[in-house]
Design a binder for this molecule. Structure first.
Ligand SMILES: Cc1cc2nc3c(=O)[nH]c(=O)nc-3n(C[C@H](O)[C@H](O)[C@H](O)COP(=O)(O)OP(=O)(O)OC[C@H]3O[C@@H](n4cnc5c(N)ncnc54)[C@H](O)[C@@H]3O)c2cc1C
Length: 337
């Protein structure tokens, strides 16, 4: 097996924040055999390692002193079609939105609300991506991983993935131990439209009514009008997760701020981090080359030449301020590398 490890590689084009940083070692893998060969190479033994797919949910603090692994396998396979149900496997290196488009083109429903989310299929299960009222976990049947602690592959059924809001077992017990190789999804030829989120229904109606293609196009149009394009303004989407607080705390805050959005969830009440950041006066503010987007307070941006440390300093300043003003702790959704 030829050595696929590259040394001292720039990561500038591999992170949507557009942070200029380098990694000591970098390797792409298309199979578990290639992955094993890379991990067995003595030059990377004992070094920290991380997987980076599209780099759309990471913040590079600076140069990475270890090995960055990049999934390159891009096959999509239709495994089964029984009645209305279709089972599809996509390898970790498939671009997420290409996968959504592939399914929509064939009339396979279930992922259309997740159109245009940047990144790869492999990462979709790491934080259980979600948008417009749908989460990836609703369509996941199982996840095939490589365990770096045992050197073996394993298949984890969805019910054992501990999927939650932007959360999964891969961010917790299996953090740093699991490399996602492929994901198996179950979709349907009979759509169950989910249009109750924001302006989606109106946008779908404007396109002539509910079809999965119209839902996809409506989601794309709304996203393009609301979110900054990372190619123009570096960002990683929502920087913070929406915090979940106790009912008592939510009641106290809504008494003080009657227009504050608050949604009951099984373990408390979910608040909108964007609202808190906006109401603390951060929208559009800059600290050095890092800033808060002027239309989306949840999105931190690289205003040009920002370092990871500058973005992190802004994020910490916002977290401290939100804690001081509202008594609420907000956590990053973005993975800090
Ligand atoms: C403009 C914009 C809009 C966004 N909108 C949304 C949204 O609506 N909803 C949403 O949920 N997210 C959103 N995101 C965040 C991001 O698109 C998702 O989190 C996406 O799944 C990240 O994919 P990626 O391949 O870029 O992951 P990366 O950024 O490369 O990695 C993210 C994390 O997953 C790990 N990882 C990646 N691949 C693997 C693998 N194969 N095995 C093990 N670990 C792996 C990495 O180590 C890292 O910790 C948005 C981002 C941007 C820039």
């Amino acid at each position: 097996m030829k050595n696929r490890i590259v040394t001292d590689k720039s990561l500038l084009d591999m992170n949507t924040f557009g942070i200029s940083a380098r990694t000591a070692y970098y390797a792409e893998f298309s199979s578990v055999y290639e992955l094993r060969a890379v991990l067995a190479d003595p030059q990377v033994a004992g070094l920290p390692r991380r997987v980076v797919g599209g780099g759309s949910n990471i913040l590079l603090q600076g140069d990475f002193p270890g090995l960055i692994l990049h999934p390159a396998a891009q096959e999509i396979s239709l495994l089964e079609k029984t009645g209305d149900t279709v089972v599809i496997r996509a390898e970790a290196g498939v671009e997420w939105d290409l996968f959504v488009a592939w399914n929509v083109a064939r009339g396979y429903a279930g992922l259309e609300n997740l159109s245009l989310i940047p990144g790869y299929v492999g990462a979709s299960v790491i934080q259980n991506i979600g948008a417009y009222g749908v989460e990836a976990c609703e369509a996941v049947r199982e996840v095939e991983i490589f365990r770096t602690d045992t050197g073996l592959t394993e298949t984890i059924p969805a019910e054992k993935c501990r999927f939650g809001y932007r959360d999964s077992i891969f961010k917790r017990e299996l953090f740093g131990k699991a490399i996602v190789l492929s994901v198996m999804f179950v979709l349907s030829t009979v759509p169950r439209f989910r249009l109750d989120y924001g302006d989606l229904r109106a946008e779908v109606e404007r396109r002539g009514g509910a079809t999965i293609e119209n839902v996809r196009q409506a989601v794309i149009a709304i996203r393009e009008s609301k979110l900054p394009d990372p190619k123009v303004l570096g960002n990683s989407g929502s920087f913070f997760k929406n915090p979940v607080v106790s009912e008592a705390m939510s009641a106290e805050l809504t008494a003080k701020y009657p227009d504050m959005p608050a949604y009951p969830v099984p373990d408390g009440v979910k608040l909108a981090a964007g609202w808190l950041i906006d109401h603390a006066g951060w929208k559009g503010r800059r600290m050095g080359n890092a800033g808060v987007h002027d239309r989306q307070a949840l999105v931190l941006v690289n205003s040009g030449g920002a370092t990871g440390a500058e973005i992190l300093a802004l994020a910490r300043a916002i977290q401290d301020d939100i804690h001081e003003k509202f008594g609420v702790d907000i956590e990053p959704e973005v993975n800090i590398l």
